[in-house]
Every structure is written in structure tokens, then in C-alpha cells.
Design a protein around this ligand. Sequence first.
Ligand SMILES: Cc1cc2nc3c(=O)[nH]c(=O)nc-3n(C[C@H](O)[C@H](O)[C@H](O)COP(=O)(O)OP(=O)(O)OC[C@H]3O[C@@H](n4cnc5c(N)ncnc54)[C@H](O)[C@@H]3O)c2cc1C
Length: 425
Amino acid sequence: MSRTTDILVVGSGMAGLMAAIVACSRGKRVTLLSRGCGSLSIGSGCVDVLGYANGRPVEGNPLDALDALPERHPYRLVGRDGVAQALALLRDVCARHGAPLESSAGGNRRVPTILGTLKPTWLTLPSGRGELLEKAGSALVVSVDGLKDSHPALATAQLRRYPHLAGISWHEAHLENPIPGAHRNLSPLDIARYVESPEGVSWLTAGLRKALRAAPADVVLLPPVCGLGDAAWQAVSAAVPVPLIEMPTLPPGVGGLRLYTALKDELREHDVDMVENARITGADCDGRRCAALVAETACGLRRFAARAFVMATGGFMGGGFLSSPGEAREAVFGLPVLQADGAPLPRRPEDWSDRDIFGNHAFASAGVMVDAAMSPLRLDGMPALDNVFFAGRSVGGYDFASEKSGNGVAVATAWRAALSACAQC
Ligand SMILES: Cc1cc2nc3c(=O)[nH]c(=O)nc-3n(C[C@H](O)[C@H](O)[C@H](O)COP(=O)(O)OP(=O)(O)OC[C@H]3O[C@@H](n4cnc5c(N)ncnc54)[C@H](O)[C@@H]3O)c2cc1C
């Protein structure tokens, strides 16, 4: 069977969802196809734009630091205005669907994580106001009995090592498990789902108020358990007398799911055709023009024809790249995958990572090189395809992990790739 659309977007992480939103907002018929749901839905929901540039923390507005990045960095290709427009669109969509994203006037926010580190990030939900901790004289760190990866003693021990937080008086509290009888460790997602109910809101607010009576504090730090949407967050935060900060956790994060739901709601409003559990296995190309992609779906092999394509298939983890001993390539078109500086990956896979955990890991920056239209390039630097554009983690020229730029690059490159695709229709 064959289906035709204006633009086929592959991947439903941050990049694929944003590319589909940009294209449908310009009146194009869009199909969004994906095998799984990407890393957005398991992440913290923080939109990192640029936490570190050239190894140094970015103190002010990260948009002001983009011009100092190397020329082949995706932000340089999109340009500062483009990045700003893309982020503004993301904020607008998320605000309309109950997931308002905020920035701090003082530059990157530093959000305390469940492991007691401070995560630099640009946009957060209202529960990510990390600067409130920096102004507090006392803080209460809360967990729930049986919640995995959540240890207030660990978080406080680590946080008090930051000199500017050392003067805070730290307290800890554990709330009783509201879901007894679970036959596995609870995740914040389990509790957040419970807090979507009126009983869940009462349980959490009563528990926090009791803990604050025992250990008064200026601010409460807790795992992301205040519901899945804005209504539960509003109810809980209004009923507790001091500000709450939700700490990003190990996956599954709840904040990312809040953004994922908001972006999907926008696509549903635009009647975008969404095909899930489908894996692109091949491309039908005539020279540099792609006519269709072929996918394994629940109904067998299907051909998806389109005028233009946005590939937002992620990196090694997302499924966008394939590797075999000593070699890596982009999974659908077989495009070369290079390190951030344009060098090929080392021949020995042992050299794809560095002994230093914060060192230069070749696998983490590997990507498809693109031009300013997000059009993929061959090894000789010439365009590889005319109507196919790349976005997100599959794009080369940056290292999201060391820069803290993952969702920011995904949003900016998706915006640019979708506009390039629209120009083809
Ligand atoms: C655990 C974790 C936490 C993170 N936390 C943060 C954070 O707090 N802030 C931040 O800014 N960044 C964070 N990041 C980084 C950020 O999530 C990514 O850099 C960014 O979201 C990349 O999105 P993407 O859409 O390009 O790729 P992905 O999210 O990897 O999505 C790829 C999509 O492509 C689909 N796909 C792949 N191959 C095929 C195929 N052949 N056929 C069909 N579909 C296919 C996948 O199923 C998936 O839907 C985190 C990443 C991880 C892994």
C-alpha cells in the first residue's frame, strides 16, 4: 500500500514533534511516523539550550553565547534569530497545552537534581525555579518511601558541597507510600499518576504540610511527583505554604512526558496523521530526490510517498545510526556519520569513548553533517539529497551531553529543517 503526503517526518522525539508542528502550522499535510517515542518522554522536560560553551559554563542568556560556537555547530547554521524563533514557538505551543516553559532573567537556571547536582538549563516548567534554592536559608528535601533512585541524604550531602549553598540549613523527610502492594520499586511517574486524582492531591499536600510543620523551611525539593499536567501542579503548589522545586530524576522523568503530551496535543488539533510502531527500513530514491520511504508497520510493509522528508531519527540510542565494528552510518540513507569537528570516527570502536567521563567521546558527538538548510552532506561536502532534511540528535557538529544543548538543538534544527521541507511543496 502507498500513502502520499506533503511532508513525512520520521521520529517522535523533540525534533520530530517540533518539525511536524512547524510544517502543519504552515498549512502542509504532514504525516509523523515513528518506531518509538524518543528521549523527550523519558527526560526531565528541561530545555537545555547551552549550558557550557567551549568547556566553560554559560552564565548569561545562552542565546548570547551562540556566536562563539564553531561554524559547523547547528546553532551557527540556524542562526541566533532562528534559534530564538524556534524556542518562542515551542513556548507558545507548550503554554497553550498546559505546560508553560519559563526562563530566568539571570541566565541559565541551575536546577537541583535528585542526585544533588545543579543542572544548568534554559527553559523549565514552573516547578524548575532552581534560583529559589539559591535564595533560601533553609530547604526541606522530600522523598516517598519505596521510590527508586530518590535519597534525600545523598542529595543534601552533594548539594551542600556547592559553596553558595553551604550556608543553607538542610532537612529531610519521607512521605508514606500511597500505593502499597506494588510488586516493584515505585518511579516518580507512578506517584505523579496517583497525584492526578483528588485523593492523590490531598495525600501529597497533607504530607508536605506535615513535613513542613516538623521541619520548617523556605523551599521544598521533591521528585517530579506533582501530577502529569498543570492542574495537579497548580493544586499542590497552591496548597503548600512555601515554593516547591521538582528535581529532575533518572528516567523515566515526568517533566519530559508533560512536554511530549503538550506537543502531541498540538498535532492532534491540526489533525496530523500519526503512525506509531513503524520502522523505516529503506528509501526509494531517484538520484538526489527521495520519492518515498518504506516502513515495517503493524500491517506489513508500507510505502510512504511525500514531496519532502524530515529525518529526526536520533543518534545511536534513538535508532538513527547503525554501527558495525569500526564503522557507523546513518540508518536509512547510509549517509556518513562524523565527529563534531568533521573528522571520521576512529577505526577502533574502543576509541569512540574517552577514559575521562567528562572527556571527548566520539560516539556522543557523531552525526550527519548538514548545511544551513539542514540538508545532508556527502563526505566531499556536496549535498547528498535535495528533498530530505535532518533535525535533532542525528545532526552532527555538536555534543549535546557535554554542552547541555540537547532539546535546544532539537527544537532549532527541527524548525529550520521543517521550513526547508515546506519550501519543497
Ligand atoms: C535520558 C535522557 C535525558 C535527557 N535529558 C535532557 C534534558 O534534561 N534537557 C535537554 O535539553 N536534553 C536532554 N536530553 C537530550 C535530548 O533528549 C535529546 O538530545 C533530544 O531530545 C534529541 O531528540 P531527537 O528527537 O533528535 O531524538 P530522539 O529523542 O532520540 O528520537 C528519535 C526518534 O526517531 C525514531 N526512529 C529512529 N529510527 C527510526 C526508524 N528507522 N523508523 C522510525 N522511527 C525511527 C525513534 O523511535 C524516536 O521516536 C536527554 C537525553 C536522554 C537520553
